[in-house]
Design a protein around this ligand. Structure first.
Ligand code: SF4
Length: 695
């Protein structure tokens, strides 16, 4: 690999290893054959990374109110306005909204500054939109935000159930690994998704359930497992609590098979086949993703799935387990450092012993004592004046948040907005201070993928213009705020060591997130760090499966959680009769600020297209190619129409990617419902009631 730098793809949570080589002004990439997550594979987005490196549109110097400024002037102003706001209105009047694109070291410093030294937990992340319900479900069941499975488990399973996951498009390399394993061992694949997605096309069985009926489906499965004697009573007795109450509610909810197939609106024979396969297949993995998480009842859906694995002891063993797949490259790293408003740090929450421990470790007597505002509430607080100074890092909430019109209103009303990013976006236009951040290929640190694997992202290009890494920018502001002693960092290796040391601090096996053995890495060892799966305790072998026989709860047992089927926050009605789903396309990433510049990626879907079920299209006399208006109670979008037979009657689907930069008013965020899950705060992005008319 002469001249090649080993790094990690910046897109999805698969976390593929990439070898990058610079030749003149061109960057060449190929999959890293030695990376244990992808073994040399890359998808269409990853293999086009070299074509996204042009500096066109890059932010190259700081700006104040749209005018070029020096770093000193910009950072002095940020520190001054934050200090002034906190002095006048208290620490909860400020906040950070960060991103799964940040590296773990960036995330760690941002979280430490806000929670530890400014004294508010108003730091939330766009990962809230992606997997917060999984975090809440894991904490309820396991006591800690633990992902028990690994990619190998998918390859070693005989049955893989994909729930609300278009793995073929959203996590393509993992899908390739699954199909390759199926070719050799004959793995059965079941897809549970209202839409016949590309992934469903490859499945042995597709259950196109009525949207939002996942809890009913899995409660029915739990009742079936019990009726068939397919649960594991000894394992349940030794390792869990709550089984009887959970089963009782599942049996009441899904009292007979007819109630389930009618409620889920699937063919009775298909339902019976799924239940029979699950009951009879010991090696079963259930992969779930945004289709489960992005719901007003996402946490209950997660626990309904976890219940079935706990009742059968299919967890912590080869080829088994529930498996939450994250959307972003470092959603997991953000969760690990505490980059969510309701997580403190290193998988700890806001219980008094945890607060005391983190306060001691950071020497931070002013540590925030309570959770902060989650994303939707965070921007609403900015809109209503409670938050008066905010800093957005590496994300584009002006289009990606639900009810995005209100978020734009919040940004225009907020007295002081700082944005650090690599290019101009819909959000940067609201910035009082705009800071040029380092991009992929220029920044350097670590990310954690969906299977708990920490990999290095390495720089192979110089920083352009005056751009700086995020951790560096945040550290400079922390010092200006008077916290230089707590933020002495000169390198990201120092930050990583501190993060690892915090995870192991006063941790006698109480928490599974433990990076103890890498807390004293030398700088050279950090530079050459090979992909590493946690936990990496000082006294135990690294990585592998978790949760075989001990759970990080007070009694060491997992909790089955009784959950009941509930409907969407706002069902369809006469005015808004169509249920709109949203999601990713194969070749695009987020709001297209990178992938939208690659012509060959744009050819897959050059413009925003609304897929509408044939029945509704015929009722409205709409045809392929018509320009249509999609209206919800929260906003509207314009898109080209495609009549679809892949959708259930009454359904529509709009990609999440387009924004004002590419097509006026064609953002799924503009029409989305801001209703959130009461536990996780994750918005209901997979369902909003809309009407579709010819534009
Ligand atoms: Fe990148 Fe995900 Fe594609 Fe891998 S599967 S190359 S991480 S976008």
């Amino acid at each position: 690999m002469s001249g090649e730098v080993r790094t990690t793809c910046p897109y999805c949570g698969v976390g593929c290893g990439v070898l990058a080589r610079v030749e003149g002004d061109r960057v060449h990439v190929r999959g890293d054959p030695d990376h244990p997550s992808n073994f040399g594979r890359l998808c269409s987005k990853g293999s086009a990374l070299g074509e996204t490196m042009a500096l066109d549109g890059r932010l190259l110097h700081p700006e104040i109110k749209g005018q070029r400024a020096s770093w000193d002037a910009a950072l002095d102003l940020v520190a001054h306005r934050f200090t002034e706001t906190i002095a006048q209105h208290g620490p909860d009047s400020v906040g950070f909204y960060v991103s799964g694109q940040l590296l773990t070291e960036d995330y760690y410093v941002a979280n430490k500054l806000l929670k530890g030294f400014i004294g508010t937990a108003n730091i939330d992340t766009n990962s809230r939109l992606c997997m917060a319900s999984s975090v809440a479900g894991h904490k309820r069941a396991f006591g800690e935000d633990i992902v028990p499975s690994t990619y190998e488990d998918l390859e070693q399973a005989d049955l893989v159930v994909l729930v609300g996951s278009n793995l073929a498009w959203c996590h393509p390399v993992l899908h390739q690994r699954l199909l390759a394993a199926r070719a050799t061992r004959g793995t059965r694949i079941v897809v549970v998704d209202p839409r016949r997605s590309a992934t469903a096309e490859d499945a042995d069985l597709h259950l196109a359930i009525r949207p939002g009926t996942d809890v009913l489906l899995f409660n029915g499965l739990l009742a079936h497992l019990a009726a068939q004697g397919a649960t594991e009573p000894d394992w349940i007795a030794r390792h869990t609590t709550g089984f009887d109450a959970t089963l009782a509610l599942a049996q009441a909810d899904a009292s007979d098979r007819a109630r389930v197939f009618k409620g889920c609106d699937v063919h009775p024979a298909d339902l019976a086949r799924f239940y029979d396969w699950f009951a009879k297949t010991d090696r079963a993995v259930t992969v779930y993703s945004q289709g489960v998480n992005q719901s007003a009842h996402g946490t209950d859906k997660v626990n309904a799935i976890l219940n079935c694995h706990l009742a059968t002891g299919r967890i912590g063993r080869e080829g088994t387990g529930p498996f939450s797949i994250t959307g972003q490259p470092n959603a997991m790293g953000g969760r690990e450092v505490g980059g969510l408003a309701n997580q403190l740090a290193a998988h700890m929450g806001f219980l008094q012993p945890e607060l005391d421990r983190v306060s001691r470790f950071w020497n931070a007597p002013g540590l925030s004592q309570k959770p902060g505002l989650k994303a939707v509430d965070f921007f609403e607080a900015a809109r209503t004046g409670q938050i008066k100074a905010l800093w957005i890092m590496g994300t584009n909430p002006a289009v990606s948040m639900p009810d995005a019109g209100k978020v734009r209103e919040a940004l225009s009303r907020c007295p002081f907005v700082v944005v650090s990013d690599i290019t101009r976006t819909d959000t940067t236009r609201y910035a009082d201070v705009l800071l040029p951040a380092a991009a992929w290929g220029e920044k350097d640190g670590t990310v954690t993928n969906s299977e708990r694997r920490i990999s290095r992202q390495r720089a192979f290009l110089p920083l352009p213009g005056e751009a700086r890494p995020d951790w560096h920018i945040i550290t400079d502001v922390a010092c200006r705020l008077g916290h230089a002693d707590a933020f002495p960092y000169r390198t990201r290796a120092e930050i990583f060591r501190e993060h690892a040391a915090l995870s192991a601090f006063e941790n006698d096996g109480e928490r599974l997130f433990d990076l103890g053995s890498v807390s004293d890495l030398s700088d050279a060892a950090y530079e050459s760090l090979a992909p590493l799966q946690w936990p990496v305790r000082r006294d135990a072998a690294a990585g592998g499966r978790l949760l075989a026989d001990h759970f990080p709860t007070p009694d060491g047992r997992a909790r089955l959680v009784a959950v009941r089927q509930e409907g969407p926050a706002r069902p369809v009605d006469r005015d808004y009769p169509v249920s709109l789903n949203s999601g990713r396309l194969r070749d695009q990433w987020h709001t297209m600020t990178r992938t939208g510049h690659v012509p060959r990626l744009m050819t897959h879907a050059p413009e925003p297209v609304l897929d509408l079920a044939r029945r509704e299209a015929q009722e409205q006399d709409l045809r392929d190619g018509d320009l249509v208006r999609v209206e919800s109670p929260y906003g509207e979008a314009l898109a080209r129409l495609r009549v679809s037979d892949a959708l259930r009657p009454g359904e529509a689907f709009l990609p999440m990617h387009w924004s004002g930069l590419f097509a006026a008013r064609a953002s799924a965020g503009s029409v989305s419902n801001p209703a959130t899950d009461a536990l996780s705060g994750q918005p209901e992005l997979k369902h909003v009631s809309v009407r579709v008319t010819k534009a």
